[in-house]
Design a binder for this molecule. Structure first.
Ligand code: FES
Length: 314
């Protein structure tokens, strides 16, 4: 299991081989392993990327062709936080060196599905670029991508390699007519990736339209949306603040508190921590209904506080 700020013994050093600035806040990076060892990743995989000197890691979906793997390709949106990983990645030049985890996959395309409806908002597009490259010709798929008008050109560039008949770019979520898009053949699987509010809307609209949960698959691409809150660490007596735009896991790491993690996306369960006081706002896909209702545990990589403060069993 990986802990704290380390990506683990299996991490490898990579160098930045190519940079493309797609927009003022979106940057595509191609990373090549320094050891030239073979690379492999299935569609939907992500890497944890650590920037030397920060001790911080962030998860990025791989967008390249899993077959050819001409480097690990990722797209990084520069966040508002000037001390975050994304800012550091936007400041790098070709030749810079980074550490990455092995690729991990918690969001593979639904096996055996003959039709896929892919819904993404913003940088939630990234896992679907790998899906689109990997789908065999007999699989029917369509991607609906929500973009900010000022970033339409960047997303058009990312989706340019694919059949334009399979791609719909919409300016803003309001442009998405849910009943039309959710009226699909019965054997269709719906996969969605994007910010929390978008995914909540997807799941709500899909349920209204009669989609069974087994055919709806979601991945959250950022854990840091939400209000700031305070954390008290009961065992160590420490206190820390989780800023808006920062996850609880990131805040713990910044304070030197070691917490295990694997996915940093609320799907593996590795970062489970006990809650002694306060109400967690659960955003993971791991805890069962009883654990959610009980409020005694939470997953630090994605979940936050409903109120101003939490006390953790740390
Ligand atoms: S690290 Fe996987 S659920 Fe938090």
């Amino acid at each position: 299991m990986l802990t704290g700020n380390r990506l683990g013994a299996a991490e490898r050093e990579v160098r930045v081989a190519e940079i493309e600035d797609l927009s003022p806040r979106l940057r595509r990076l191609r990373l090549l392993p320094c050891d030239r060892a073979p690379m492999a990743a299935s569609p939907g995989s992500h890497l944890l990327v650590r920037v030397p000197g920060t001790g911080r890691a962030a998860a990025y979906s791989l967008i390249g062709d899993p077959e050819t793997m001409a480097g690990y390709e990722i797209v990084v949106r520069r966040s508002e936080r000037p001390d975050g990983v994304s800012h550091r990645l936007h400041g790098l030049a070709v030749g810079a060196r980074l550490s990455v985890s092995p690729p991990r996959n918690f969001f593979a395309p639904a096996a055996g599905a003959r039709r896929h409806l892919l819904l993404s908002a913003g940088i939630g597009l990234t896992p679907f670029l790998a899906y689109a490259r990997a789908f065999p010709p007999q699989v029917d798929w369509h991607l609906v991508q929500i973009v900010r008008p000022e970033e339409r050109a960047a997303f058009a560039r990312l989706t340019a390699p694919f059949d334009p008949a399979r791609i719909t770019l919409l300016d803003g979520r309001a442009a998405l007519c849910w009943p039309d898009w959710l009226d699909q053949p019965l054997d269709t699987h719906l996969s969605a990736c994007g910010p929390a509010a978008f995914l909540e809307t997807v799941c709500g609209e899909a349920a209204k339209a009669g989609w069974v949960p087994a055919r709806v698959h979601v991945e959250r691409f950022t854990a840091a949306e939400g209000q700031a809150f305070e954390v008290r660490l009961a065992r160590s007596g420490g206190r820390l603040s989780v800023c808006a735009g920062q996850s609880l896991l990131e805040a713990l790491e910044s304070a030197g508190v070691s917490v295990a993690y694997l996915c940093r996306g609320g799907v593996c369960g590795a970062c489970r921590v006990g809650v002694l006081a306060g109400r967690p706002e659960h955003r993971d896909r791991v805890l069962d209904a009883e654990e959610r209702a009980g409020g005694k545990v939470m997953l630090a990589c994605v979940s936050r506080a409903r109120d101003d403060a939490l006390t953790l069993d740390l």
